[in-house]
Design a protein around this ligand. Structure first.
Ligand SMILES: *Cc1c(COP(=O)(O)O)cnc(C)c1O
Length: 426
């Protein structure tokens, strides 16, 4: 048995499913997950010493490449001064100032330790600040695993949803409406019927949890207008897209301004950091000055904040996003070209350091279109690429990530491998 398989067998004895987060288990592609020993730049090495070019990047955070020397140094320097104090630090002010300086819609920001905490609290805050109960989310968007967000659409357009997890009572999600992404008419109808009860609309302004799905022109602005008209808050969940698609997230690319924004992933540089922020008048509803409660023993952890701060600093270097976007474009367009040449129905899209690879005829714009992907063909692609040392997300429905460490040679190696693999898929 291979060492990865041995470790997986051993993990299964003490960890449910052998993993600490479900998609790591390879259940949708089959086989044993690779147990990673170390990572550097665009590469990861597994427990058998096999090297992979990594396009998962820890599911988003590794935008500088793995183990960037300046990030590692910042973590080491912070660690020797103590790991956690439960009292404020100057570094927390610095990262708050760095976020506020970069994202104009964020006037005040609170740090937490994960994206789930950020979105869960942003919703509580929206409800507390508006005094309303109902929330709107979109099918295919993931906002972490808080109870009220683990919902899929019900049968009718305006019915409230059904839980996607056991253990979530129907009562906990009865105030969550689930609408179709990129169908503004559905949001208009929802507001027409329930407008005065809707506290907030939460959305991934570019969706990265149903592969990569971009908003159609006018969709985000339409949501902005509806929220403004009906007095609801617009929450952009930029946990994935924040500092990933550009220096100001999707709001910087589209010019659509949310009331609240959630961040995580990149802002921790690989350490556990999340944040929610926005208009000062809304943020002042949070304890200790307001009556919306939120807290965290490790919130603003000094070692995590040190990694985040130096990451944000390095992202601000001139030309960073132009270069990252160019490398991502070469990869995404190159993959689609290789597939076309082999006569395999695969297309791609990209934005900043994110890409979508779709095993279907056309770039999708809705959850239903995303669902058309040829999952069987993707599985074969995934395993064939893995054998060639290229690590894509182990699911046909995840976005991919490119880092600043993915140079031309790395991308060329990937495209050469893909050319052979696509030919074998025909
Ligand atoms: C990853 C993700 C989350 C959840 O963040 P965790 O840190 O895993 O809790 C929330 N929203 C979006 C858009 C994400 O991509």
């Amino acid at each position: 048995m291979s060492r990865n398989s041995q470790l997986f067998e051993r993990a299964l004895q003490t960890i449910p499913g052998g993993v600490n987060s479900p998609v790591r288990a390879f259940r949708s592609v089959g086989g044993s997950p690779r147990f990673i020993e170390r990572a550097q730049g665009p590469y990861m090495w597994d427990a058998e010493g096999t090297r992979y070019i990594d396009y998962v990047g820890s599911w988003g955070p590794a935008i500088l490449g793995h183990a960037h020397p300046e990030v590692i140094r910042a973590v080491q320097e912070a660690a020797v001064n103590g790991l956690s104090f439960g009292a404020p630090t100057e570094a927390e002010i610095e990262i708050a100032e760095a976020i506020v300086a970069r994202i104009p819609s964020i006037e005040k920001v609170r740090l937490v330790s994960s994206g789930t905490e950020a979105t869960m609290t942003a919703i509580r805050l929206a409800r507390g600040a508006t005094g309303r109960t109902k929330i709107v989310k979109f099918e295919g968007c993931y906002h972490g695993h808080a109870d009220s967000l683990l919902v899929k659409a019900g049968s009718g357009m305006l019915t409230f949803g059904n839980p996607t997890s056991a253990g979530v009572p129907a009562e906990f999600i009865q105030h969550t409406m689930v609408l179709d992404y990129n169908r503004l008419e559905a949001a208009e109808a929802a507001f027409k019927q329930y407008g005065s009860e809707i506290a907030c609309v939460i959305i991934e302004p570019i969706a990265g949890n149903m592969n990569l799905v971009k908003p159609l022109p006018g969709f985000l602005q339409g949501l902005r207008d509806l929220c403004t008209q009906y007095g609801a808050l617009l929450i952009f969940d930029e946990v994935m897209t924040g500092f990933r698609v550009g220096p100001q997230g999707v709001q910087g690319l589209t010019g659509v301004t949310p009331d609240l924004t959630t961040l995580a992933k990149v802002i921790g540089g690989g350490m556990p950091v999340g944040a929610f922020g926005g208009r000062a008048d809304i943020m002042e509803h949070i304890a200790p000055i307001g009556n919306v409660y939120q807290a965290g023993t490790l919130s603003g952890n000094p070692v995590a904040v040190a990694a985040g701060l130096v990451t944000l600093k390095l992202l601000s270097e001139p030309g960073f996003y132009e270069r990252l976007g160019e490398q991502t474009r070469k990869l995404a367009e190159g993959l689609a070209e290789r597939a076309r040449a082999a006569g395999v129905a695969v297309c791609s899209d990209h934005v900043g350091g994110m890409f979508g690879l779709y095993f279907s005829e056309a770039v999708p714009h809705t959850f239903d279109e995303v669902s058309l992907a040829n999952v069987e063909r993707f599985k074969r692609f995934f395993h064939a690429m893995l054998i060639k040392g290229i690590y894509f997300a182990p699911s046909a429905f995840e976005a991919g990530f490119v880092s600043a460490a993915h140079d031309d040679a790395t991308i060329q190696t990937t495209l050469d491998a893909a050319e052979e693999v696509f030919a074998s898929l025909k």
